[in-house]
Design a protein around this ligand. Structure first.
Ligand code: ADP
Ligand code: MG
Length: 369
C-alpha cells in the first residue's frame, strides 16, 4: 500500500524492483543493451561485471538519477521510469549508498544520519537516528564527528544514514571498495546482517566476484551492457554458461579440443560429454582448485612434472606439465600435501568439474568495441 504523498517503497516494507528491457546510451553506442531483471522482495541481488559493463548506470537508472532511452522500471508494479512516468529520486523511497560513502565532515554523526529525514518532526527524527545508529552498533555516537571514527565506523554511519529512512529498496554501488582488505570482510558481514534485519530489497554493485559470492542471494553477471547469466552464486560458479562467466569467477585452465562421437580428449584423458554438446571444436576448462594432486600413481591419474610451485599459506600453487601431451596446468593443493622437492605428481580431475564450451557459443573475456 502506498499512501498519497508518501514515497513509494518507504516505511519499512520490502519491495520488488524490476528492470524491463532497459536500454541506455550516453550519446555514442548503447551502454546498457536491453536488460530485464527483477529483484524479489527482501533479496540481496548483486550486479557483477568488469569495469565499464554498465553496472553503475543500471543502479543510477534504478535510483532515478539517470533516465534510460528505452524500457521501464517498476517498484512493486508501479512504473517509476518509463514512457508514461518518471518519479524523481526523492519520491521513490529508495536508499542509496555509494562507493565513497562521503559523510559530511562538518556535521555530527547524528546530523549525517538525519540527513534523509528532514521531513520528519524533530522528536521522530531523533528517535529514527538513534534507532539507525543502534542497528549498526553505534549507540552513543550521535554527537561525534566523522574524523573521530575509524574507517569501519564511518562505513557503519553511512549504512545507518542509508537505512534510517527505512527504504524498502537499498541501492549500493561498490560500497566496500574504499575499505582496506582486512576490514572489508568484517564490515561486509556486519552490513549484510543489518540489511537482513531491515528486510530491504538490496541491489549491490561490485566488480569483485568473491564479494558477490559472499553477499548475494543471486548474482546478475553483466558484460558490455548485457546480462550474461543470472543465478545463485553456486549455480554461476558450478554451471557457468560460457567461458567468460567461468573465467570471471576464478583463474581457469583452458585447452582447445574437439568433440567426436560424444567424447573429448582432455589433458587428463578421454571424457564423455553431455549429449547436447555438438560435434566440433570446444574449449575445455578446469579450475586450478578442481585438479587433485597425488604423489603416488593411481589407475586413472595423469602424471605431470612440477615446473614451479608457490607457497601461499593455506594452499600451494603448482605449475605442471603433463608428461604425455605437454599441456601446462595451474593446480592448487593444501599446503604441505605434496612433499617439498617433489618433481613429479599425479593429477586427477572429476568429470563434473570439467567444463566444456562449444566454441561458437564462446565469448572471449574482452570487450568487443
Ligand atoms: P561500471 O559501473 O560497470 O564500471 P558504468 O555504468 O559506470 O560501468 O559505465 C559504463 C560505460 O558508460 C563506461 O564506458 C563509462 O565510461 C560510460 N559512462 C558512464 N557514465 C557516463 C556519463 N555520465 N557520460 C558518458 N559516458 C558515461
Ligand atoms: Mg561503477
Amino acid at each position: 500500500m502506498n499512501f498519497a504523498g508518501r514515497p513509494i517503497g518507504q516505511g519499512g516494507e520490502t519491495a520488488r524492483l524490476s528492470f524491463e528491457n532497459i536500454r541506455h546510451s550516453y550519446g555514442q553506442g548503447d551502454i546498457v543493451r536491453g536488460v530485464s531483471l527483477a529483484a524479489s522482495p527482501g533479496e540481496v541481488l548483486c550486479l557483477l561485471g568488469p569495469s565499464g559493463s554498465g553496472k553503475s548506470t543500471l543502479l543510477r537508472i534504478a535510483a532515478g538519477l539517470e533516465v534510460p532511452q528505452h524500457g521501464r522500471l517498476l517498484i512493486d508494479g508501479v512504473e517509476v521510469t518509463g514512457p508514461s512516468a518518471f518519479l524523481p529520486p526523492e519520491r521513490r523511497g529508495v536508499g542509496l549508498m555509494f562507493q565513497d560513502f562521503a559523510l559530511f565532515p562538518h556535521m555530527t554523526v547524528g546530523d549525517n544520519v538525519a540527513f534523509g529525514l528532514q521531513r520528519l518532526a524533530r522528536s521522530t527524527r531523533l528517535a529514527a537516528v538513534d534507532e539507525a545508529l543502534a542497528r549498526v552498533g553505534l549507540d552513543g555516537y550521535r554527537d561525534k564527528y566523522p574524523h573521530m571514527l575509524s574507517g569501519g565506523e564511518q562505513q557503519r554511519v553511512a549504512l545507518a544514514r542509508a537505512v534510517a529512512p527505512r527504504p524498502s529498496v537499498l541501492l549500493m554501488d561498490e560500497p566496500f571498495s574504499g575499505l582496506d582488505s582486512r576490514l572489508k570482510d568484517q564490515v561486509r558481514a556486519e552490513t549484510l546482517s543489518v540489511l537482513r534485519e531491515t528486510g530491504a530489497t538490496v541491489i549491490i554493485v561490485t566488480h569483485d566476484p568473491q564479494e558477490a559470492m559472499g553477499v548475494a542471494d543471486r548474482i546478475a553477471l553483466l558484460r558490455d551492457g548485457c546480462l550474461v547469466q543470472v543465478g545463485s552464486p553456486r549455480a554461476l560458479f558450478a554451471r557457468p554458461k560460457d567461458l567468460f562467466t567461468a573465467a570471471f569467477f576464478s583463474e581457469i585452465n583452458r585447452f582447445d579440443a574437439d568433440v567426436h562421437e560424444g567424447h573429448v580428449d582432455t589433458p587428463f584423458g578421454r571424457r564423455s560429454v553431455l549429449s547436447t554438446t555438438a560435434e566440433g571444436p570446444v574449449t575445455v576448462a578446469v579450475r586450478p582448485g578442481d585438479i587433485r594432486l597425488f604423489e603416488e600413481a593411481t589407475l586413472s591419474a595423469t602424471p605431470a612434472e612440477v615446473m614451479e610451485r608457490r607457497f601461499l599459506g593455506t594452499e600451494e600453487r603448482f605449475r605442471l606439465r603433463t608428461e604425455d601431451s605437454r599441456h601446462i596446468l595451474e593446480a592448487s593443493a593444501s599446503a604441505g600435501q605434496i612433499s617439498e622437492g617433489a618433481e613429479r605428481v599425479f593429477i586427477e580431475v572429476a568429470d563434473q568439474t570439467i567444463l566444456v564450451f562449444e566454441n561458437q557459443r564462446q565469448t572471449p573475456y574482452t570487450r568487443d568495441n
